[in-house]
Ligand binder design. Structure first.
Ligand SMILES: [Fe+2]
Length: 313
């Protein structure tokens, strides 16, 4: 009875035009609909980030997809957990069911196809996979590999997000018991990474325990390491602030580079994440703190784990 995909994240922000400008520099494509600015990946068929005007930066809602025959079961579990179903907000009308999670974050579940069926058609599949030469194993002979400097690097899909939470246990319980996520890995009661039980990236949702709610990062998949490194470089050259990278995570194994958005949350460029298929015998690990963030990369910036939303209160 699980959700099967992360569809979009809606943010209330004091200046939606600044968000539109940032995410356009990131190469999402904007459509203005009534009071919403809806942003999609190039060529994508679904909204990934929705911006609406609000007094301060805040998560407005998170939309997950599920199969038609699972929706009623999720609704029943939500109501049993004490969550009360509400109408879709007037500023972001939409189908499906709506209720708040233990932090008061509005959740929308609607019927949609899974984002990354393993072995099946993948809407984010790049046209030509990168060919990498390894010692004794040559994937590329007589051909240059370095990309042109000005090449457009394209976000393929919204892969996951990380939320700060003041109620780590409650949040974890709700996301696993009600929404049907499974725990992939954790660092004690400090951080947790969750995947969809029908098969998904190593994490589609992650939590970090802090004193207040907040958005740490939204993460988009790119085709390969060149797109991650070069795409982040291009965004920084457009005047946006470097967050952290280029490096490789331990948990999820993905290559990463983070850039700050106008409200000091982060957008992550990632590629090559571990994938957990349906029915996998996945061993959950409780990692030491030293492995929480990276296998290698530049020194960790002091403010990387700062909850800037909490600083505004
Ligand atoms: Fe991430």
């Amino acid at each position: 009875m699980s959700v099967t995909s992360l569809q979009h994240v809606a943010l209330a922000v004091p200046d939606p035009e600044a968000g539109k400008s940032f995410y356009s520099d990131f190469r999402l494509e904007a459509r203005v609909r009534d009071k919403q600015i809806a942003m999609r990946c190039p060529g994508g068929d679904r909204d990934q980030v929705i911006l609406i005007e609000g007094a301060k930066r805040k998560l407005h809602h998170i939309c997950f997809g599920t199969a038609a025959d699972r929706l009623a079961g999720i609704q029943e579990k939500a109501e049993k957990s004490g969550a009360r179903l509400v109408d879709a907000p007037a500023e972001t009308p939409g189908e499906g069911i709506w209720f708040a999670d233990p932090d008061g974050i509005l959740i929308n579940i609607r019927v949609a196809d899974a984002a990354t069926p393993a072995g099946g058609p993948n809407p984010s599949k790049p046209e030509a996979p990168l060919k990498i030469n390894s010692p004794g194993q040559f994937e590329r002979l007589g051909v240059r590999a370095a990309p042109a400097r000005g090449r457009a690097c394209k976000p393929l899909r919204l892969g996951h997000m990380l939320q700060f939470t003041p109620d780590f246990d409650g949040k974890l319980h709700f996301y696993t018991d009600v929404l049907g996520f499974r725990l992939a890995d954790k660092v004690g009661a400090t951080a947790a990474w969750l995947y969809c039980d029908g098969g998904s990236d190593h994490h589609v949702m992650a939590f970090a325990a802090t004193g207040a709610t907040g958005l740490h990062h939204l993460s988009f998949e790119f085709a390969n390491v060149d797109e991650v490194g070069q795409g982040a470089r291009q965004l920084i050259e457009k005047g946006h602030r470097n967050g952290w990278g280029f490096g490789r995570h331990v948990i999820g194994s993905n290559y990463f580079h983070y850039v700050r958005d106008p409200w000091n949350s982060l957008v992550e460029f990632y590629c090559d994440m571990d994938y957990i298929p349906a029915g996998a015998d996945w061993e959950v690990r409780d990692w030491p703190e030293e492995d929480m963030l990276y296998a290698w990369g530049p020194d960790l910036p002091d403010d990387f784990l700062t909850n800037f939303e909490a600083l505004e209160d």
